[in-house]
Design a binder for this molecule. Structure first.
Ligand code: CDP
Ligand code: CDP
Length: 443
């Protein structure tokens, strides 16, 4: 996924085939937002019932929804629907809505409103959308289409187990036989029968297929990464009172550059702890030949680069990682600080930003230089803290500013954001304060 271009995974199928459960879990695993299109049709149906409109009276429906405002917002990766500024969420599964939703959904004007709103949402976020006509009508252009099904008796049992009175056979009939966007298997959809599958098994099948379709799937932490992640945090806490301030600002999905000042060899594993997912790191090729640690490094997402010769390979590696939708740690200064102060940023970071448009999360590490200075020994005692800054998103205008030095100016903007990060007031001691002002003067 290239930054700025959004993906849609379409999941269609009849009632109780497992669409919602599968789509929600899939969205979580992909880092996409989850959009349940049925909720839009249910919201419109509830709205009509509220106004006493007969769900089989097309003319009345068309007249009533003429000026309706249907609005979707993605909150915490889930859809929130509002209709004429009212949130109908608690009524979407009411019995009268269950009974009326399929006839209402046959009305082309109703479908137009819902379809337009879904397409608008897809301009904002990558989505997993589930429904009846997502692959065939709403997003026919997406290459990622699935149709999930299950035997009618299995589906009836599933609904009954949920305690709903839902005549799904009747809804299936209306949904499949209507003229406007009926429930059909899109020509290029991948069909999965879920009768004997668990939700996780269906999600795994879909993910395997998406991998074949070259959709980048965020990696779960492998065992080595997981161990390194937790061990580094635990040891750093015990020996250096390690803490991360404003970790909630981290972007946990999609491409992102973690940009931090570089003080010591402790920095990469500690910076990795600011993210919930496995991020990528760059390291000199020679490090991978080191005994013991060398062979494990690729499992820790360490990408070998020829840092000694030229940093072209490093730039290419970072751009590839970001285009695949992952997070990567970048040190804008290039190498460790010789004296604890911040160094000027190299233009490489600006080039990466310009080529990928990935957002940057600025981070500043304090205390790691005192704990392990360049050319010195490890000293226990200094407290290590990382402060996470607000993410920076770059616009077209940002890329036009700065003229020929555009890369340099983008890098400097990030370095300024890093320099602006401070320890919480009560914790700033004189030494750090001096270090901060000296650093900012250097910019
Ligand atoms: O969850 P369940 O499969 O029972 O239904 P839903 O996804 O909430 O959808 C409720 C109804 O909305 C369906 O029975 C269809 O009549 C209609 N619908 C539609 O026509 N097109 C969609 N893309 C989604 C739902
Ligand atoms: O959205 P849709 O109506 O297609 O189905 P759902 O609401 O996701 O699933 C209906 C019920 O079937 C839920 O209680 C699921 O937990 C259950 N289910 C299942 O037991 N096994 C599956 N493979 C899929 C769903």
């Amino acid at each position: 996924m290239v930054a700025g271009v959004h993906c849609v995974v379409a999941i269609d199928g009849p009632a109780a085939s497992g669409k919602s459960s599968v789509a929600r879990e899939l969205a979580r695993r992909l880092g996409f937002a989850y959009l349940n299109s049925g909720a839009l049709y249910r919201a419109i149906t509830w709205y009509l019932l509220q106004r006493g409109v007969d769900p089989r009276d097309r003319a009345a429906i068309v007249q009533t929804i003429g000026s309706v405002r249907l609005n979707c917002r993605i909150e915490a990766n889930e859809l929130r629907v509002r209709i004429d500024d009212v949130d109908p969420t608690n009524h979407l599964r009411d019995d009268p809505v269950n009974r009326a939703v399929s006839p209402v959904s046959t009305v082309p004007e109703v479908r137009q409103i819902a379809t337009a709103e879904m397409r608008r949402c897809a301009k904002e976020r990558s989505l997993v959308v589930e429904g009846r006509d997502i692959g065939s009508v709403v997003f026919p252009g997406t290459p990622h289409k699935f149709y999930i099904d299950a035997a009618p008796d299995v589906r009836s049992r599933r609904r009954a187990a949920e305690g709903f009175l839902d005549e799904i056979a009747a809804r299936d009939r209306v949904d499949s036989s209507r003229r406007a966007s009926p429930l059909v298997v899109a020509d290029d959809a991948h069909v999965i029968d879920t009768s004997n599958l668990t939700i996780d098994e269906v999600v795994d099948q879909i993910l395997a297929r998406l991998r074949k379709e070259h959709l980048p799937i965020p990696r779960r932490m492998n065992f080595y990464y997981w161990l390194g992640y937790h061990l580094s945090r635990m040891l750093a806490r015990v020996f250096f009172g390690f803490r991360i301030i404003h970790r909630e600002r981290m972007i946990q999905r999609g491409p992102v550059i973690l940009a931090m000042n570089h003080q010591s060899y402790f920095d990469p594993p500690l910076a990795g702890n600011a993210s919930d997912r496995a991020i990528y790191f760059l390291a000199k090729k020679s490090l991978l030949r080191a005994p013991v640690l060398g062979p494990i490094l690729p499992k820790l997402n360490v990408i070998p680069v020829e840092l000694e010769k030229t940093d072209r390979s490093a730039l290419k590696a970072v751009i590839r990682i970001l285009r695949d939708g992952h997070a990567v740690l970048v040190f804008p200064e290039g190498s460790r600080t010789p004296d604890g102060s911040l160094q000027p940023a190299l233009p490489g970071l600006g080039l990466i930003i310009a080529k990928t448009r990935a957002p940057v999360v600025p981070m500043r590490i304090f205390g790691a230089f005192d704990a392990w200075p360049i050319g010195g020994k490890i000293r226990l005692g200094p407290r290590i803290t990382i402060v996470v800054g607000e993410p920076i998103h770059f616009s077209d205008a940002d890329l036009e500013r700065g003229g020929r030095d555009v890369y340099g100016s983008l890098s400097r903007r990030v370095m300024d954001a890093i320099a602006a990060l401070q320890l919480p007031a009560a914790k700033v001691d004189n030494r750090v304060a001096q270090q901060n002002s000296a650093s900012i003067l250097q910019q």
